[in-house]
Write a protein that binds this ligand. Structure first.
Ligand code: FA5
Length: 342
């Protein structure tokens, strides 16, 4: 009896080794035949040996053989189910886990806002022009009536790459580039990035977007400038937005103005508003009639033609459209903020 019990133990451990080596249906069938085949299966042979066991010991040996047989059948069935599963064996993949959520990309809110501005001007018959972000001193300053060392340059102090090349401080150089290429009538906008040596605060950042506008034709007056900007700003915000023109100074426009809108963050109701300082107004653009000297610089006769120009901060305008109290939010790459616009 002892021999037979030992034999069952050895057979069981051989069987378990065989289980670990099963890879496909064929090797499983082979294992099944080795242990369960009716004529020469190892369990059949074990049962045949029962005739040599004494009647007292038969129940125990029989029980052991039976347990072994159940173990073999269960393991073979398990393997069968696993092999039937397509490709994935064991725990490589848990198909019951929830999938990973993929976020859809979307344009940055400022780029979306820029598109909106372009659409409004396209509908008014303006063209969209382009210009380089690295400019020469001449286009950024000289041709726009900023003589070298003139104090007006201080407001636009910037990053020089060489003595003559710099990161443009405004989109106004594109006025010159367009007037050199095209003759009136001109009606264009140029949206793009500009750079300034600036300490960031809620309404100032060192890299921001501007949109330049330029119209040159016969008989253009300040009334055209005012009407165009009023129409544009009402289309961009809403019909009831309050707009204010203030006299100002730019070397390349005469007369010049700055345009403010009511502070949409506090609506003038908070004396400590971080955006408007309690004044209730915030500047969004500079504008004016193109200085006759600028027209002469590009060989357009100021006796015949006149024009207006404006330059608006896109980020700052977007900030008020969305009623965001800090411009820096747009560039901090906090997805919780950015996703609100997608
Ligand atoms: C100019 O840049 C002139 N080129 C505008 C102009 C064009 C005048 C054509 C006349 C004719 P200014 O520096 O004021 O002007 O800037 C224009 C607008 O850019 C501002 O009203 C504001 O909306 C935005 N802006 C200026 N500085 C910053 C800044 N640091 N961060 C964000 N927006 C700014």
């Amino acid at each position: 009896m002892v021999d037979l019990i030992k034999k069952i133990k050895v057979l069981r451990s051989n069987f378990d080794e065989g289980v670990a080596q099963v890879e496909d249906k064929e090797s499983l069938q082979e294992l099944r035949n080795t242990y369960l085949s009716r004529k020469k299966g190892r369990i059949t042979l074990l049962l045949k040996e029962m005739k040599n066991v004494s009647p007292e010991e038969k129940p125990e040996v029989g029980k052991k053989i039976n347990e072994f047989k159940i173990h073999v059948q269960q393991k073979l069935d398990e393997l069968d189910r696993e092999i039937e599963k397509p490709k994935y064996k064991g725990s490589q993949i848990d198909l019951t886990l929830p999938g990973k959520q993929r976020y859809r990309g979307a344009p940055h809110p400022i780029l979306k806002y820029k598109k909106r501005i372009e659409q409004i001007f396209l509908s008014m018959g303006f063209s969209i022009e382009d210009g380089p972000e690295i400019e020469t001193d001449y286009y950024n300053f000289g041709a726009l009536n900023f003589p070298p060392h003139h104090p007006a340059r201080d407001d636009w102090d910037t990053l020089y790459l060489t003595d003559d090349l710099l990161l443009r401080t405004h989109t106004s150089p594109v006025q010159i580039r367009v007037m050199e290429k095209k003759k009136p009538p001109i009606r264009m906008i140029n949206p793009g990035k500009v750079y300034r040596r600036e300490t960031p605060d809620p309404t100032h950042i060192p890299m921001f977007y501007q949109v330049e506008g330029l119209v040159v034709d016969f008989g253009i007056t300040f009334a055209h400038l005012k009407g165009t900007l009023e129409h544009f700003l009402k289309a961009l915000y809403h019909e009831k937005i309050k707009i204010r023109f203030r006299p100002s100074y730019f070397p390349f426009t005469e007369p010049s103005a700055e345009v403010d809108i009511e502070c949409t963050v506090c609506r003038g109701e908070e004396s400590k508003c971080r955006v408007c300082g309690g004044g209730g107004w915030i500047e969004i653009l500079g504008a004016g009639m193109v200085d006759p000297q600028v027209l002469k610089n590009v060989n357009i006769d100021p006796e015949k033609y006149s024009g207006f120009a404006f330059g608006m901060g896109i980020d700052r305008t977007a900030m008020f459209s969305f009623r965001i109290p800090d411009l820096r939010n747009f560039y901090e790459n906090d997805l919780r903020f950015i996703r609100q616009f997608s």
